[in-house]
Design a protein around this ligand. Structure first.
Ligand code: COA
Length: 689
């Protein structure tokens, strides 16, 4: 039974019982309505306490049902039945009360939260608005300004913050016991039902603020805007009309492209645990050795310590050891500044990271993660030393972003225990982790990678060995095509603007300025000997580096950064680009923002399809996770593969074929796209094993 009723004297306790997260699917809605009907008929009851079985109150509507037609009873009707029942219902919020869970609590006459409870309306993060009265009841409870702060941003509050805004009435260690005690003591006092309260007082400034915040923080997304519209309605309409508007909006958005894309990423994130194809148990890991204390190594060491591992960080000499110590120290200082921990805790934690010089005195760690300089010689030497210094069962991982993991593995006597763990910078913040499987990597080593990833709360994605793995390989092709557009008629800031308009967190040139043009320069030089001489090569970025325009750190790159401040367009760059086009005998042409977006997204999609076709990625959704979590691809477009499915393989193939006529080397349609176009298949189902 998805809903359980127990009697304790003259109080009934109704528990939502739908593991693992008490999602409010059809059975829960039907069970709750039946409970209201049964209990309403019982004249001996003083009150009903609504709670959740296990550790969660209710995680909201069952998002899996969003792809099928709504089936009655609907949640708004259930909520209204609870609110208007003859006995007062009290929400005893024992854990997360999110979305529909929060709306059920709002329909109760009183809300008591456990100390660890969270409560909020995250619907916009799934591309919808609250659909069971949240936009009409919440402002009537906490006022328009607070509701505008919560719903359009999809905020979830901790119990004390929820109490501060008036969203809950009380906090208690055991909210069910507290509710019972209040009933027993006759201490219940309720305001008017929220559905019976008058429209909310208008606040034009708060609405304007919310709109500009949504435009900035949730750029391109429809749901936050529509949520603000509904909250405004709560100031003008009676409750019933507001509810009708809310329902209409919810149903419309639920089947829209943005909601589908956001659901896709939500479930892909949760599905990115250890793949079923990895049939082994992980090596037990308590202690991890990290090699290299630069920005990346320090971030990895910090993240490992915070996840509960004992960490030893290895450097090459005393000077480097001191620099590493300073890098780690900076992260702890930052954590104190951001209120994540007290100074005392930071000192204790930092002291638990041991910094050593050389490999003579390493602990018997189960895992080593190398984050040293990107040079195959350096890595081979390090892995040779680790192989000697660490126990035979230890797993050795490299954080390389593009070097050949097979070659690194070959410098040890245990290639089956070597893999890539590719973190993204800053390593303690970015959720993505590419787990790179070399030819000889064992299932045990991969299982260990996934287990460590889970403990670090990362989103792990399995990748095969190739230059750039999944993410950097797509990035390389994306930047290459952007450079072609720049040479042929566009300009870096126009390309950036077009891609930001598409929804990318930043344009490709602004990103390069941040990471430094010297890094991709070194990669191009490394690739030079194997580059296809028939492939078009755009030398503008090389010239930039050779002239010292290496990005923000030099105050000049694709943009200028006067006084180290924000990016400013540099008109001189247009001369440099035009000159290069002249040298290359290119007649520059007008390139529209739409063409920029089309070519750059298709370049990504074609490369991604090849990656899937080559078996470098196991499934399309893994590529989506990589691009959304590591490269700023808009989450609300669902990643490049999901986005490709919204266009369709046949339409994509037509466009790529048209580009191919001008440049058959760069625009070779991926065999996967050709196959899907012929079969009418979807990228989502391709590559699955
Ligand atoms: N609908 C359907 N399934 C849901 C769900 C929802 N609203 N919320 C979670 N689940 C599923 C997950 O897909 C996962 O399934 P799996 O085990 O088959 O992979 C399972 O419940 C556990 O979820 P997970 O997120 O891994 O658990 P957690 O303990 O880390 O976090 C929550 C629990 C409730 C905090 C988190 O699941 C959450 O934020 N859920 C979404 C809340 C939301 O946005 N509600 C509004 C819906 S409109």
């Amino acid at each position: 039974m998805a809903v359980q009723i127990t009697r304790k004297g003259d109080v009934a306790i109704v528990s939502i019982d739908n593991p693992p997260v008490n999602a409010i699917g059809h059975a829960v809605r039907a069970g709750l309505l039946e409970a209201v009907e049964t209990l309403s008929a019982d004249g001996t009851l003083k009150a009903v306490v609504l709670t959740g079985a296990g550790k969660i109150f209710a995680a909201g509507a069952d998002a899996r049902e969003f792809d099928t037609p709504p089936e009655s009873p609907h949640l708004p009707d259930v909520a209204l039945a609870i609110e208007t029942a003859p006995q007062p219902w009290i929400a005893a919020i024992n854990g997360a009360a999110l979305g529909g869970g929060c709306e059920l609590a709002l329909a109760c006459r009183m809300r008591i939260a456990g100390t660890n409870a969270t409560i909020g309306l995250p619907e916009v993060t799934l591309g919808v608005v609250p659909g069971a009265g949240g936009t009409q009841r919440l402002p009537r409870l906490v006022g328009l300004k607070s509701a505008l702060d919560i719903i359009p941003q999809g905020k979830v509050l901790k119990a004390d913050a929820a109490k501060a805004v008036g969203l809950i009435d009380r906090i208690a260690d055991d909210p069910v016991a507290e509710a019972m005690a209040l009933v027993d003591g006759g201490k219940l006092g309720f305001g008017a039902r929220l559905s019976e309260r008058a429209a909310v007082e208008a606040d034009a400034t708060a609405v304007l603020d919310a709109r500009s915040r949504a435009a900035k923080r949730m750029r391109g997304q429809i749901a936050p805007e529509r949520a603000i519209d509904l909250l405004e309605r709560a100031t003008q309409e009676d409750f019933d009309r507001g509810m009708a508007q809310e329902r209409e909006t919810f149903l419309e958005l639920r089947q829209g492209e943005q909601a589908k894309a956001l659901r896709h990423i939500f479930f892909a994130e949760r599905g990115a645990k250890k793949p079923d194809s990895i049939a082994a148990e992980p090596v037990p890991v308590d202690t991890v050795v990290v090699i290299g204390g630069g920005t990346m190594g320090a971030g990895i060491a910090y993240a490992l310590e915070r996840a509960g591992y004992t960490v030893t960080l290895v450097e090459t000499d005393e000077g480097a050891r001191e620099r590493a110590e300073a890098n780690v120290g900076r992260l702890f200082k930052d954590a104190v500044k951001r209120g994540l921990m007290a100074q005392e805790e930071a000192d204790e934690r930092q002291a638990r990271i041991t910094l050593v010089v050389g490999y003579d005195d390493l602990p018997p760690a189960g895992l080593a993660i190398e984050a040293a300089f990107e040079s195959i010689e350096v890595k081979r030497e390090i892995f040779g030393k680790l192989d000697e210094a660490l126990p035979k069962h230890a797993i050795l991982a490299t954080n390389t972003s593009y070097l050949d993991v097979n070659e690194i593995a070959a410098s040890t006597s245990r290639p089956e225990r070597v893999l890539g763990l590719h973190f993204f910078s800053p390593a303690h913040i970015m959720k993505l982790l590419e787990i790179v499987r070399a030819d000889k990597t064992s299932h045990e080593a991969l299982a260990t990678g996934f287990a460590v990833g889970a403990k670090l709360k990362k989103i792990p994605v399995l990748a095969g060995v190739c230059d750039g793995f999944i993410g950097n390989r797509i990035l390389f092709r994306y930047r290459e095509e952007a450079d072609v557009l720049m040479m042929d008629g566009s300009l870096p800031w126009l390309i950036d603007e077009a891609m930001v308009e598409f929804g990318m967190a930043m344009g490709p040139y602004e990103v390069q300025d941040l990471s430094g043009l010297d890094i991709s320069y070194a990669q191009r030089k490394r690739r030079a000997p194997t580059r296809d001489p028939n492939r078009r090569y755009i030398p503008i970025a090389d010239r930039m580096v050779e002239e010292g325009r290496i990005g923000k750190k030099a105050s000049v790159g694709w943009y200028r950064y006067p006084g180290g401040g924000g990016a400013v367009v540099d008109p001189l760059l247009e001369d440099l680009i035009t000159e290069e086009a002249h040298f290359a005998k290119v007649t520059r042409r007008e390139i529209s923002p739409d063409e920029i977006r089309e070519r750059l997204t298709l370049a990504m999609i074609n490369e991604a399809a090849d990656i899937l076709n080559d078996g470098i990625a196991q499934k399309a959704s893994d590529i989506d996770l990589v691009m959304v979590h590591g490269y700023g691809f808009p989450r609300w477009r669902g990643g490049p593969m999901h986005y490709a499915d919204t266009i369709g393989a046949a339409a994509i193939l037509d466009k790529i074929r048209a580009f191919e006529r001008d440049d058959p080397v760069m625009w070779r349609p991926s065999p996967l796209i050709v196959n899907l176009a012929a079969s009418g298949g979807r990228f989502a189902n391709a590559g699955q094993v």
